[in-house]
Design a protein around this ligand. Structure first.
Ligand code: PAF
Length: 281
């Protein structure tokens, strides 16, 4: 039977007992409304540790004032069933006041990895992500924590805070899980109407077209950006950003160099829904 904790003290006692028993613990932090991408993280966690814990918390500090905090999709009963099926034994599902009690004043800023891309378009977003993830890693003290590569910049931010704050966790990035037609799985896909769902394919189609150009020998970045933008425009997806970056530093590049991993990242609005996707190129 899956255990659900609401308070940090319960998690701390649980984490102590896991450590005392000499067991390895995996943590999968989530905001709930789970899909197969989350399940892949949980199953990988189960293969790397003796126990898997998940958190389900729609973290208010990572939402901007005009973003979708109040309407973010939620389904606690469905999520708990999915967690149980994926081998999770403990879920931490706190209320916001348990994470940010009155008088709360400590935030984590990851300066470099939070620059540009989503960091530039969503001011304060990564401060909220870094703060909650640091709190979760400090509370659970997991041996391994798993995150999806769909939020590629977020993964870099978390790797940096884990390194810089000596948290000693093994941070694992897992490949994007896609629907059969290529759409990257995301809890926010639930917002899309049938027509928007079709138009949303422009993100993955553009990235695949860029990947195909590189495989065909293109090494200049401009034509890659152009082919992605063409797909967005053809489907009436409003670009938030399209960039090709060095996959380690996230700095924009102008040429793909052999042996240097690079990543194409895109964010766009389909109607009012903002979606992100990325692929290695
Ligand atoms: O990727 C997410 O779901 C969230 O940003 C995370 C990492 C759980 C922090 O709230």
């Amino acid at each position: 039977m899956i255990r659900v904790f609401k308070m940090p003290l319960e998690v701390a006692a649980f984490a102590d007992s896991v450590r005392r028993q000499g067991k390895r613990l995996a943590l999968v932090p989530t905001m709930g409304f789970l899909h197969d991408g989350h399940v892949s993280l949980m199953r990988e966690g189960a293969s790397r540790a003796d126990m898997v814990a998940a958190s389900i918390f729609v973290n208010p500090t990572q939402f901007g004032p005009n973003e979708d905090l109040s309407r973010y999709p939620r389904d606690m009963a469905g999520d708990l069933a999915k967690c149980e099926r994926a081998g999770v034994s403990v879920v931490y599902a706190p209320e916001p006041a348990a994470v940010y009690p009155p008088g709360y004043q400590t935030y984590v800023d990851v300066t470099n990895a939070s620059q540009g891309l989503c960091g530039a378009k969503r001011p304060g977003h990564f401060r909220g992500v870094a703060t909650v993830v640091t709190k979760l890693l400090a509370l659970f003290r997991p041996h391994v924590a798993l995150f999806g590569e769909k939020d590629f910049q977020q993964l870099k931010v978390i790797e940096a805070l884990n390194r810089d704050l000596d948290l000693g966790c093994d941070i694992v990035g897992m490949p994007i899980v896609r629907e059969a037609d290529g759409l990257a799985m995301s809890s926010r896909n639930a917002y899309l109407s049938a027509d928007e769902r079709k138009r949303a394919l422009a993100l993955s189609r553009g990235l695949l077209a860029a990947q195909a150009l590189v495989r065909g020998g293109e090494s200049e970045v401009e034509p890659l950006l152009a082919v992605i933008r063409r797909e967005l425009q053809a489907s009436d997806v409003r670009e938030d950003y399209v960039e090709i970056v060095d996959a380690h530093t996230l700095r924009p590049i102008s040429r793909i160099e052999p042996g240097v991993p690079s990543r194409a990242l895109v964010a766009g609005f389909v109607g009012t829904t903002r979606l992100v996707d990325n692929m290695s190129v």
